[in-house]
Design a protein around this ligand. Sequence first.
Ligand code: ZN
Length: 216
Amino acid sequence: MTETIQAHAFRPRDLVGGHVVIDLLNTVTARNADPVDRLDGYPRLLEWAALTEHFDPDALVALERLAEADPAGAARALDRTRELREDLHDLVTALVRQDDPAPAEAVRRVERRWKHAAAGAHLTVRENTAELQIDVATSGLDYLGHRLVLEAFDLLRSLPPERTRVCPGVRCGWVFIDSSRGGRRRWCDMATCGNSAKGRTHYQRKRQSTALVKPE
Ligand SMILES: [Zn+2]
């Protein structure tokens, strides 16, 4: 991966994808310019995971301890998560563009990671719901990667291409699922990309209208 890695304190507004796996894709920003990877270390991945409120807090504490005891192992697990993220980004955007066939290398690598994750998972059926459960004891530092690749498989099967968009904002390129009623959401976030676009249009209009006023 060639993009710049930059420290970033994750905030709730970084989670606008509509699915935890899509939020993972958006830990790289400015994909439509010079991509910036905001996962600058395993602790950052844990910080992001905690913010999503999608993972068991006890598991995150256990991972923090594992990472402290084995920083090199944590760095390798982060690299695997980053690679997974990029492959999933290729697959999700291929589905949105309805590219057929999808990028074969990414398909093959995601399949391999899915098999690896599934090999350590337990099938549980509770309250009429079947799940492949992953735990830190089996998956170790790859717990988050394993959870995410299993959920990615569900996402890829059910992704609504007509409702999945790539934000056209300046230095953005975030992916999001539009679950608004009208289905006309264009920006990842109206408060950021939407507003700056509105600001630019306003500025351009103002300039144009000023230009139209002929000097007396
Ligand atoms: Zn955006």
